[in-house]
Design a protein around this ligand. Structure first.
Ligand code: PHE
Length: 339
């Protein structure tokens, strides 16, 4: 063993010093220090050395291992430096050439639509508010004029959490929070994630996004509502857009409407997107129900308000021609790279 060590000691370092390339150096490293390397073997089999010699052999082997290790590290640094110098002195090496561009990400299409919506509504004087995704039954239902056991609860299949709270089924609870926290006149939008216990298909997701709008002031009317929404659509689609209201039922508005807009794909003549009807249903809206105003501390004799709640995926699908809502949450890079 001792002899073997002496031999390794006299051989290894000169070999390292003589190695002319990184790959040759790697070979030497494996030969001595690899899993089956000569020094590794000695250390591993130290138990076979006579007990009296063990200490000397062990210490010797460790010393040589360290010497070889640092010799290799030094040689490696020198070889790498030489390689760089060689490349730099190559007359064909052009230091002014542009480097490799690191791949740049992009914003998720929903983020892009949200940013645009926020800027459109800000420009009309709306504040942007947040609300909790885990809500109480009170904010998600009761304060919105949906009492317990009211059949309207079935309109929105709800995820309940163990504490008895719900995953908000819409952004409408932020209406209540906004009115309780501040005094009218107020204009707010609340973008955010909502959840419904639903079977998914090309137009349904269990997790999606809405933007809620609320304006409360003296003499707010349906004309204000359609004016604001028409402006929003004009900005999003970058063209004139027709809108119309049809009656719709939501317990927290009276009157309540579904807002439809003239199909931006066929200009109303009928196509697959508008199912030949020429109109596309976009969102629920209406004038805030007096019960809701009252519950939130606003006097319905003095103030009126409008509210709307729009599915943002739906709008993004129209804007970008996306035909399946499930792409948004898929994380599929082939989808995301297009934006
Ligand atoms: N919260 C309703 C929904 O999710 C939409 C809505 C909001 C309707 C505000 C009227 C007023 O379906």
């Amino acid at each position: 063993m001792q002899d073997k060590l002496t031999q390794i000691e006299s051989e290894a370092l000169p070999k390292v010093a003589a190695s002319g390339s990184l790959s040759a150096l790697r070979e030497i490293e494996l030969e001595y220090l690899g899993r089956k390397g000569q020094i590794t073997q000695i250390l591993r089999n130290i138990s076979q050395v006579a007990p009296a010699d063990r200490k000397v052999v062990g210490q010797g082997a460790n010393r040589i291992r360290q010497a070889v290790e640092s010799g290799i590290a030094e040689r490696r640094a020198a070889l790498e430096e030489a390689e760089v110098q060689k490349q730099l002195s190559d007359p064909g090496f052009d230091v002014t050439r542009p480097g490799i561009h690191p791949g740049r990400g992009s914003q998720h299409p929903l983020t892009q639509v949200f940013r645009q919506l926020e800027s459109i509504f800000s420009s009309m004087g709306f504040e942007i508010l947040d609300g909790p995704e885990v809500e109480t039954d009170y904010y998600n239902f009761q304060a919105l004029n949906i009492p317990e056991h009211h059949p309207a609860r079935d309109m929105q299949d709800t995820f309940y959490v163990e504490s008895g709270q719900v995953l908000r089924t819409h952004t409408s609870p932020v209406q209540i929070r906004a009115m309780k926290e501040r005094q009218p006149p107020l204009r707010v939008v609340a973008p955010g994630r909502v959840f419904r216990y639903e079977v998914t298909d090309a137009s349904h997701e269990n997790t999606f996004h809405q933007i809620e709008g609320l304006m409360v002031d003296r003499n707010v009317s349906v004309a204000n509502l359609t004016g604001v929404l028409q402006h929003m659509l004009r900005e999003v689609f970058e063209r004139e857009v027709r809108v119309r209201l049809r009656p719709g039922y939501f317990p927290f508005v009276e009157p309540g409407f579904e807002l439809e807009f003239g199909c931006v794909f066929c200009e109303g003549s009928g196509c697959k997107v508008c199912k030949q009807g020429g109109w596309i249903e976009l969102l629920g809206c209406g004038l805030v129900h007096p019960n809701v105003l009252r519950e939130s501390g606003v006097d319905p004799e003095e103030f009126t308000g409008f509210a709307f709640g729009m599915g943002v995926e739906r709008l993004a699908m129209m804007k970008y021609g996306i035909n399946d809502i499930r792409y948004f949450m898929s994380g599929d890079l082939r989808f995301l790279r297009q934006f």
